[in-house]
Design a protein around this ligand. Structure first.
Ligand SMILES: Cc1cc2nc3c(=O)[nH]c(=O)nc-3n(C[C@H](O)[C@H](O)[C@H](O)COP(=O)(O)O)c2cc1C
Length: 334
């Protein structure tokens, strides 16, 4: 996910979910940018060995440049290269890239043929159901993808026009899965382990791709494997969450300039603390400081004060329901 799944985030997911994560995929990278000399030298920085197996996603609309960019990805040591045919952003589709390729399948075919023959690592493709509800051409796209030698197709069950509105249509994903000779990976609105199991059962797809669900819950992949294997889904305590956030802080400080890391850490904290007792207080306190070490000290002290360090989310929800927590300081002051 652009703007979200940078290398520290992907490593956080790997730390939280371990080998339950089948494959991590990078944010999309423009083929124009990537083929410029400066970006070539930076690609090694784009993923960390801990992320393996990792796929680098690229986007654009020029077949020769796509093939050249895929070769750069291969040379970087990534296990796979993925071609984005799903991005709905106007600045991408206007130039024929992202979901724009769904409106020009001959161009997509040419891109895939050139790219597949340029590299020996697997080339995979990510699409949406179609451009709009009147042009649901995922099945036609599948045939082109299969014919080109690309090795899997991920499908976000919305159209380009829908952006992220409405619900993803998994019926189309099921139809593709029953027709395809290559793995079909479904994407859209999988927020819990039970959602994932339901989608596997409904569609017979080979894999489920998680986007937004991982932003607030990097443990989701582990929970899905627990669910699929009939175990109770892992539910981290706040002590375990804080340990993971501490590791993430280290990754951010290694990866980003000193000025950038605190903002990224604040974003993560603000997502994870949703729903804990006194969340508004701790969010406000963390937002006030720019020191990433102080942020975690504040959070640990807060969790300790509420006695939730050794509680998981189920325990917290139950105690919230029973109104067992002390009144937060903001409410006392009011
Ligand atoms: C902020 C954001 C950025 C995204 N960036 C990408 C991207 O770079 N490449 C891509 O293939 N999909 C991208 N997506 C789409 C997701 O991969 C996924 O298909 C979609 O969000 C539906 O799945 P979800 O409900 O699990 O998030 C992005 C989605 C979001 C919300």
């Amino acid at each position: 996910m652009s703007g979200v799944t940078d290398s520290p985030f992907r490593r956080l997911v790997k730390r939280c979910s371990g080998d339950s994560v089948g494959l991590l995929v990078s944010e999309f990278i423009s083929i124009e940018g990537l083929t410029r000399k400066i970006m070539r030298s930076q690609i090694r920085m784009m993923f960390h060995p801990e992320e393996r197996p990792v796929s680098i996603q690229i986007f654009g609309s020029d077949a020769d440049l796509m093939a050249e960019a895929a070769k750069i990805v291969e040379d970087s040591g990534a296990e796979m290269v993925d071609i984005n045919c799903g991005c709905p952003a106007p600045k991408v589709v206007k130039r024929g890239g992202g979901a724009g390729l769904l409106q020009n399948l001959p161009r997509l075919e040419n891109i895939l043929e050139k790219t597949v023959s340029a590299v020996s690592i697997p080339v995979t493709v990510k699409i949406r159901n179609g451009w709009c509800s009147e042009s649901l051409n995922a099945m036609e796209t599948l045939k082109i993808v299969e014919g080109s030698g690309a090795q899997s197709l991920a499908v976000h069950g919305r159209t380009r026009i829908q952006l992220y509105r409405g619900e993803a249509d998994w019926n189309i994903i099921g139809e593709l899965a029953s027709e395809a000779s290559i793995p079909i990976i479904g994407s859209g609105d999988v927020l819990t382990a039970a959602d994932a199991r339901g989608r596997f059962e409904q569609t017979g797809c080979s894999g489920v791709m998680i986007g937004r669900g991982a932003i607030t819950n990097p443990w989701i992949f582990r929970q899905i494997v627990d669910e699929m294997e009939g175990r109770e889904a892992f539910d981290p305590t706040w002590r375990e969450k804080i340990d993971a956030i501490e590791a993430y802080r280290g990754m951010l400080l290694d990866f980003y300039p000193e000025k950038v890391a605190p903002g990224r850490l604040k974003m993560m904290l603000s997502r994870l603390i949703k729903g804990i007792p006194g969340a508004a207080d701790i969010r406000r306190d963390c937002m006030r400081t720019h020191d990433p070490f102080e942020m975690l000290e504040l959070l640990t002290a807060h969790c300790d004060r509420f006695g939730i360090l050794d509680m998981d989310s189920a325990g917290i929800t139950e105690r919230l329901r029973r109104r067992e927590f002390p009144v937060p300081s903001s409410a006392q002051a009011a």
